[in-house]
Ligand binder design. Structure first.
Ligand SMILES: Nc1ncnc2c1ncn2[C@@H]1O[C@H](COP(=O)(O)OP(=O)(O)O)[C@@H](O)[C@H]1O
Ligand SMILES: [Mg+2]
Length: 291
């Protein structure tokens, strides 16, 4: 079971003088249970790509398969609702899409549309609020507009989680959050992943991707420039530079130390491994590393 993108092209306003080739020959596989990170400069095609994952946009050319179902073929007709349930997309700044009078009503909107019973809807609202550490009792009757920015965003995301998607796709979910809100939020996403949810996360933060993603792609001018584990991708700083995305700060530190003559590996991404590696390299060089 997986999301498969096969040789997908997408052109906005095809045929008009302002047409824009937003995706060109994109191939991608997201296996069930995986955490995929997507990075790339502004305008590289990230948001366009993820909107293909649940059929919001249809490829100009190529195919998108969700658990084997080709979403552009006739066979998918009538199954679009099922598909949208399977693949939940959280858009950038989702809090701007809140519109109901209370938090509970807002989160209920999706599951209610699925035709679930009142009891089931209520249960799902409760569960998804708990998952995001939103207190059901105190918040459910409040207006979403009275909440803080971070909480509003969580309410919007709870609305997507309440549909119980198998694949959760997030477009720059931490943009505009303060460092604490960001950290807390990413931990919650990581927890959903540990519980078995497949995550696709677009982020402009290489540090976040380095910490959480198992696989990643780097987009550059409508194409996939690099693809692999974060370790594989970050070992090519020149390509990343050319794609306008840079490397995570810890990788930068290792590269800098190497430039200065310290014999360290530069393909590590975890803080604890990096610390051990630097201490090892210093010890190997001789002298007392703590002086
Ligand atoms: N609705 C649209 N109409 C026309 N062009 C668009 C539209 N949305 C995006 N584009 C263009 O498609 C390209 C990719 O955009 P987008 O997918 O939003 O990139 P990213 O999310 O990486 O910033 C850009 O050149 C952008 O200007
Ligand atoms: Mg975008």
């Amino acid at each position: 079971m997986s999301l498969e993108v096969k040789h997908v092209f997408y052109t906005y306003q095809e045929g008009s003088p302002t047409e824009s080739h937003a995706l060109q020959d994109i191939c991608l596989n997201v296996d069930e249970g995986e955490f995929l990170g997507i990075v790339g400069h502004t305008g590289s095609g990230k948001s366009t790509l993820i909107q293909h994952l649940n059929g919001l946009l249809k490829p100009t050319k190529g195919d998108v398969l969700v658990d084997g179902l080709n979403i552009n073929r006739k066979e998918a007709k009538g199954k679009l609702k099922e598909l949208r349930m399977k693949v939940g997309i959280v858009f950038q700044y989702p809090e701007y899409q809140l519109f109901e009078e209370t938090v509970e009503q807002d989160i209920s909107f999706g599951p209610r549309n699925l035709g679930l019973s009142d009891t089931e809807v209520k249960q799902r609202v409760k569960e998804s609020m708990e998952l995001l550490k939103l207190d059901y009792k105190t918040l459910r009757k409040q207006s979403p507009f009275d909440l803080s920015g971070g909480q509003k965003r969580k309410v919007a995301i709870a609305g997507v989680l309440a549909m119980k998607p198998k694949y959760l796709v997030l477009d720059e979910p931490t943009a505009g959050l303060d460092p604490r809100g960001r950290e807390e939020f990413l931990e919650q996403i990581a927890m959903l992943h540990r519980q078995g949810m497949t995550i696709v996360m677009v982020s402009h933060s290489m540090d976040d991707i380095a910490r959480y993603a198992q696989q990643m792609i780097v987009m550059d001018h409508s194409r996939i420039k690099l693809q692999g584990t974060p370790q594989e991708v970050f070992s090519q700083p020149d390509v990343l530079d050319a794609a306008g995305v840079g490397v995570p700060s810890l990788t930068r530190l290792l590269l800098r130390l190497k430039e200065q003559g310290l014999d360290v590996r530069t393909d590590l991404i975890r803080m604890d491994e990096i610390k051990d590696e630097i201490l090892r390299a210093l010890a190997a060089r001789g002298g007392n590393p703590s002086c």
